[in-house]
Design a protein around this ligand. Structure first.
Ligand SMILES: [Zn+2]
Ligand SMILES: [Zn+2]
Length: 360
């Protein structure tokens, strides 16, 4: 049997790393309280309580902290600590800056063809100024009528229009075609298959039935992730952590009204395992009011082997500069640049969306 670790030291280490990652105070306090509650206890009593499951009878010790203690006593680095330790010793600010510098495009943006505030040309020129090599235009799909989702007919017209706009843009930059397609209640995608096959990049997101019960939501997401057309799973939990950010007003955010919203409930480990298996990237959505997925889920997706796309979900040109927020969150979770698909060139990206084989 492996030699026991010091569970108190592990709990304190977790609290420190959570604080460093700027996690919520209540989360940090849970680990500090558990460390304090167990500090005076003999190794024998700790082992006995871990063995018979009575650690949680102590004030200040919950299920998560008790599991960490049991793992430490068994000589394993607690899973919780292992996930956090990915960022240990790194300069998070420098990591975030490096990640932002490595991004060559944005895979989730909207124009005034759906609920964005600006024409495609304006979005493209702003992306050029930010130093991007490409911008994936992902207007909404038909059933999202509040966001003026594009019918198949309008999307076909948009593809012709994008070809014209591209011809007039500076060399070395291009608009890639795409869609933010609704993941419907049965997990199918809200656009014709032949069109989805034609697009450079397909982002799929859940916009309705966000309160569906866990097994239903899990089935729905698993079916979408397994769809060979789906390249990126958008704003994974659908949560809204704050109201519309200051300064964002007007038509730029039609359909994204100010409100907070809980995460939808689904089996995250199953969904991320499927994303890894089908090589569907998990979006890190940079919008300040979304911050989706939450950091604990980014860490789980990272551990599951998923790729990521750090996107702005911009509905206006100025919002294209929000990628920094997503990069900060990715850096806090130890996401390396080589797992992020928008560090690739446009050619690499499109080769991946069109030709990637299932990994397993
Ligand atoms: Zn929208
Ligand atoms: Zn969306």
């Amino acid at each position: 049997m492996a030699r026991a670790r010091d569970p108190i030291a592990d709990l304190r280490r977790i609290a420190f790393l959570l604080e460093r990652a700027n996690e919520a105070t209540y989360r940090v306090r849970a680990f500090r309280s558990a460390a304090k509650a167990l500090a005076g206890m003999s190794a024998a009593e700790l082992t006995e309580r871990a063995g018979n499951g009575t650690l949680t009878e102590l004030a200040g010790v919950g299920d998560v902290t008790a599991r960490c203690v049991a793992e430490s006593l068994a000589g394993e680095e607690p899973v919780y600590l292992r996930r956090l330790a990915a960022t240990e010793g790194s300069d998070l600010d420098a990591e975030a800056t490096a990640l932002r510098a490595a991004l060559r495009g944005d895979c989730h943006t909207h124009s005034d063809w759906s609920d964005g505030g600006s024409p495609i040309e304006e979005m493209a020129l702003a992306a050029v100024e930010l130093g991007h090599e490409y911008l994936v235009l992902t207007d909404h799909s038909p059933r999202l009528t509040v966001a003026r989702g594009l019918t198949a007919e309008r999307l076909r017209r948009q593809l012709d229009h994008v070809a014209q706009v591209n011809a007039a843009l500076p060399e070395g930059f291009r608009i890639l075609t795409g869609i933010e397609v609704d993941i419907l209640a049965d997990g199918s995608l809200d656009q014709d298959d032949d069109l989805l096959a034609r697009l450079d990049v397909v982002v799929g997101s859940v916009h309705s039935g966000l309160k569906d019960e866990r097994s239903k939501m899990t089935r729905r997401m698993l079916k979408a992730v397994a769809n060979p057309h789906l390249d990126i799973l958008g704003h994974v939990t659908g949560r809204m952590v704050s109201s519309r950010p200051a300064g964002v007003t007007g038509p730029g955010d039609r359909g994204h009204r100010a409100r907070t919203r809980a995460e939808s409930d689904f089996d995250a480990d199953a969904v991320f395992a499927a994303c890894a298996e089908h090589d569907t990237a998990v979006e890190i959505n940079s919008r300040p009011e979304r911050q989706d997925p939450p950091k604990r889920l980014i860490r789980r997706a990272l551990e599951a082997g998923c790729r990521f796309a750090i996107n702005t979900d911009a509905h206006a040109p100025g919002q294209l500069d929000w990628q920094r927020f997503g990069c900060e969150r990715a850096a806090l979770c130890g996401v390396p640049a080589d797992r992020v698909i928008n560090t690739w060139s446009a050619e690499q990206l499109v080769a991946w969306t069109h030709d990637r084989p299932p990994r397993r």
